[in-house]
Design a binder for this molecule. Structure first.
Ligand code: F6P
Length: 537
């Protein structure tokens, strides 16, 4: 059995009205569950018991039970790079680290301790800058997985910023991003953290070199040794860059960049929220790991999120997924999940290297609610495209504005309801009849007020956003993406698709510097000439 069987099952579902499924008075109870302090209501999904059962059968047929065990035990499931996928072990208790990592466990434990020591020493003032001053700011530089996880953590856990350090992070190679930060900082009170798993990423290295020059221009010659830290697998390149061995925190090839927040990549976040809160973040993720490993599929939150997502993608043929956190603190989550989901599962070749003939990762987009209601919700309600949606909301807000929070949550629930209910022509006409306008006006206006509805959604509810629930939330999506990779029979852990752009980027740079390059189109060549001329005419 493979994904194509779902398409046959979907024939009936496509023409079904989701609201009709609620004739089953037990639907809300049967299509919702709790795990690791999260509550998932998936009753607004366009799926019934028979279809869900078929999905569970497909998952088991594709070896999901065995593949979960293989991942957690360190099998090299990233087959094209010959690597294990063990970011989960970074948040497990030390005895589980030793069981899985064997001899390497001690290096991981030592790195955690070193990370905790850096945070403690910076906060206590034991670690000072090259001018002997206490650090007030942290400037982290990294991109992709060396950026997004930290960004989500810094914004989501703002109320838990307990160290007093101002933590900034730069990713883009656009100098404007770095300049914006440097103008806010003083070299003598800034601790720098360079994050790059490979230490070959062009953007990060260029930014790191500029930061190094900024420090050296203002400070004593030991400033790099005293104020710069790095997180990487490439110790040799980091040392060449000039960061001393003692300030290099290793990461390992079995930690994918987009899954690396739990490693020393999280140092900038720990410098903001402190060691205890960083441990709480990992504890929340660990609790979701345990749920994922042990819960029956029928009561397994990541599995259900994955299966309903695959049902929407492959059976109902919906090409995108909206991530709508109704929570200002989670505003960076859609961007984080764009990388985690689309860089993991945006593929069309199977683990075995064969072309696959079913769709894979959806196009993930979104932004914080209620802002999205004034941006793309019009399309979601009145275009012909059905866009499955994950609503995420906390029952208890983090601000003192209780009335604001009630309106925020009401809007979240209302949008999920509106996307499901819609408004048909008859309802639009009746609504207009009550407005007193003429019959002709009603007939002209009513079609413009019809809303398709029948849009499936999940509502993920958190009691309160804190380090544990954020950890559980991020781990939930990591496991969802793993399960979907199994269903789609792809390798979710490599990212060869980013290579071509990097190679061509180097070629374009050469052409801009008048070096001979032969593989660029006339369009790109002409654009390069405009860049060189510095004007469009
Ligand atoms: O986006 C491609 C990618 O390789 C990501 O997988 C990774 O997180 C990012 O670039 C940065 O890579 P590095 O941490 O090696 O600088």
């Amino acid at each position: 059995m493979d994904v194509n069987k779902l398409i046959q099952l979907a024939a009936t579902a496509k023409s079904r009205d989701i609201s009709s499924l609620f004739s089953d008075t037990k639907r809300v109870d049967n299509y919702s569950l709790s795990a690791a302090n999260l509550f998932l209501d998936y009753s607004k999904q366009n799926i019934n018991n028979e279809e869900l059962t078929a999905l569970f059968t497909l998952a088991k047929h594709l070896g999901l039970v065995e593949k979960i065990q293989a991942q957690f035990s360190g099998a090299k499931i990233n087959n094209t790079e010959g690597r294990s996928v063990l970011h989960t072990v970074l948040r497990a208790p030390n005895e589980q680290k030793r069981e899985v990592l064997k001899a390497q466990a001690q290096e991981v434990i030592n790195t955690e301790q070193r990370m905790s020591e850096i945070v403690a020493d910076v906060c206590s003032g034991k670690l000072t800058s090259s001018t002997g001053e206490a650090f007030t700011d942290v400037l982290a530089v990294g991109i992709g997985g060396s950026f997004y996880g930290i960004k989500v953590g810094l914004s989501a856990l703002k109320p838990y910023h307990s160290t007093g350090l101002n933590v900034h992070i730069v990713a883009n190679v656009d100098g404007a991003a770095l300049q914006e930060k440097l103008t806010q900082l003083l070299p003598q009170t800034t601790l720098v953290v360079v994050i790059s798993k490979t230490f070959t990423t062009q953007e990060t290295l260029l930014n790191a070199l500029a930061i190094k020059a900024w420090l050296c221009a203002a400070l004593p010659e030991n400033c790099i040794e005293q104020q710069c830290f790095a997180i990487s697998t490439n110790i040799e390149k980091v040392t060449e860059f000039g960061i001393c061995e003692h300030n290099i925190l290793p990461m390992w090839d079995w930690v994918g960049g987009r899954f690396s927040l739990w490693s020393a990549v999280g140092l900038p976040l720990a410098l903001a929220i402190g060691n205890d809160n960083f441990s709480r973040l990992k504890l929340g993720a660990y609790q979701m790991d345990q749920h994922f490993k042990n819960a029956e599929f029928e009561q397994n939150m990541p599995v259900i999120l994955a299966l309903t997502g695959t049902w929407n993608r492959n059976a109902l043929d919906y090409p995108s997924l909206a991530i709508l956190p109704y929570d200002h603190a989670l505003r960076a989550l859609p961007g984080y999940l764009q990388q985690t989901d689309m860089e993991s599962n945006g593929k069309s070749v199977s683990v075995k290297g064969e072309k696959i003939y079913w769709k894979t990762a959806p196009i993930v987009f979104g932004q914080e609610g209620t802002n999205g209601q004034h941006a793309f919700m019009q399309l979601m309600h009145q275009s012909d495209d059905i866009i499955p949606t994950d609503f995420i909301v906390a029952l208890n807000g983090s601000s003192d504005f209780k009335a604001h929070h009630q309106v925020l949550v009401a809007n979240c629930f209302a949008q999920a309801e509106a996307l499901m209910q819609g408004k048909n022509l008859n309802q639009a006409q009746q609504e207009l009849e009550n407005s007193g306008i003429s019959e002709q006006q009603i007939n002209e206006l009513a079609p413009h007020k019809v809303m398709k509805g029948n849009t499936p959604s999940n509502t993920l509810v958190i009691d309160k956003l804190n380090p544990e629930t954020l950890g559980a939330l991020l781990a939930l999506y990591e496991h969802k993406i793993f399960v979907q990779g199994v269903l789609w029979q792809i390798n979710s852990y490599d990212q060869w698709g980013v290579e071509l752009g990097k190679v061509l980027g180097t070629d374009v740079l050469k052409a801009m510097n008048n070096e001979q390059v032969s593989n660029l189109s006339a369009s790109t060549t002409a654009l390069i000439r405009k860049f060189q001329a510095g004007c469009i005419t």
